[in-house]
Design a protein around this ligand. Structure first.
Ligand code: HEC
Length: 296
């Protein structure tokens, strides 16, 4: 039995080969299967033990076989084991790619010049370098046709695509992190679930001063288009979050309500626009026009 590689190469090599194959065949999304599924870990542990066991058995068999040999055969066997293993194919390719002349053959390429005793060798360019150069020529041609002749994407398009993808990711993120809402990012919510949540908050916290229908009592009428502190989702959110003018009675709600809840109640308040409830308070403040509303 002539076995050249040593066990400390064989065992990890086989182990990682099987690990790699497993990762290729098990679909585990972006994560590694070995991290995702405990079963995969058990499997790889089993494989590792199996490889070690096989390795051990083979060594044992080798031992037994060795004991059955006569002395001359033992000698020969040990001799053959001693010959150092060399990776001949790799070595040959390496030499070929390097393309350097062996020292003994340097006479063939030495130049005539003699600079005060310093002679120069006319070495050829090393083949690895030349191949790399050819490869870059092929690459350049392919690149030219792909991007300049047939018009592939350019940096600008690539940039725009990445920005669009990032935008989608931000939207996704915002959905899962509603509590990040603040004055700058708040948007009018129109989902029925958000509005009904807003209504509940309004009835419990705000109706005492603004009346359940928003018509206004201690607090101003919220259903008309007049606003003391500014209309629009951003201003309304800001008023609810930071409170009204000092001494007027409208407190800052940011310590009692979560940002998401303030967005919901702001949207609910705005959904009452124009409902014109009975006994509503007279308008206060100025008519609010959205900055980007179309001019009439
Ligand atoms: C203690 C009474 C009181 C409560 C409770 C109260 N408000 Fe007010 N609210 C006021 C007063 C008073 C003002 C006017 C503030 C000012 O003039 O600066 C006001 C102003 C407002 C405004 C601005 C109106 C404008 O014309 O600019 C909004 C929006 C508003 N409140 C929403 C709410 C919401 C939503 C709640 C519940 C989370 C709430 N308020 C709870 C008394 C109250």
């Amino acid at each position: 039995m002539k076995n050249n590689t040593t066990w400390w190469i064989r065992i990890p090599a086989l182990f990682f080969l099987i690990l790699g194959l497993m990762e290729i065949f098990i679909d585990s999304g972006n994560k590694l299967a070995i991290l995702e599924y405990p079963m995969a870990q058990v499997f790889m542990l089993f494989i590792l033990l199996l490889i070690i066991a096989i390795e051990g058995i083979l060594t044992a068999i080798e031992n037994v076989m060795f004991q059955t040999l006569d002395d001359a055969a033992k000698e020969r066997y040990l001799e053959s084991k001693k010959t150092k293993w060399e990776w001949t194919w790799g070595k040959k390719t390496y030499d070929k790619l390097l393309g350097s002349k062996p020292m003994e053959a340097e006479g063939e390429i030495i130049l005539d010049h003699n600079y005060d005793g310093i002679r120069e060798l006319d070495n050829k360019l090393p083949p690895w370098w030349v191949y790399l150069f050819y490869a870059s020529i092929v690459f350049a041609v392919v690149y030219m046709f792909r991007f300049h002749v047939f018009g592939g994407y350019d940096q600008k398009l690539e940039y725009e695509r990445e920005i669009a993808a990032a935008q989608v990711e931000i939207e996704e993120y915002k959905k899962t992190a509603k509590d990040l809402i603040d004055f700058n990012t708040v948007e009018l919510l129109t989902d029925a679930s958000d509005l009904s949540a807003g209504e509940t908050i309004f009835t419990t916290n705000c109706a005492v001063c603004h009346k359940p229908d928003g018509g206004g009592a201690i607090g101003p009428n919220l259903t008309d288009e007049h606003w003391i502190l500014g209309g629009g989702i951003k201003n309304v959110f800001n008023t609810i979050s930071e409170g009204g003018r000092a001494g007027k009675g409208m407190v800052a709600w940011k310590s009692n309500l979560k940002p998401e809840e303030m967005a919901q109640v702001s949207s609910y308040v705005l959904s009452m626009q124009g409902t014109d409830p009975a006994d509503a308070k007279a308008p206060e403040g100025d008519v609010w026009v959205e900055a980007n509303a179309p001019m009439e």
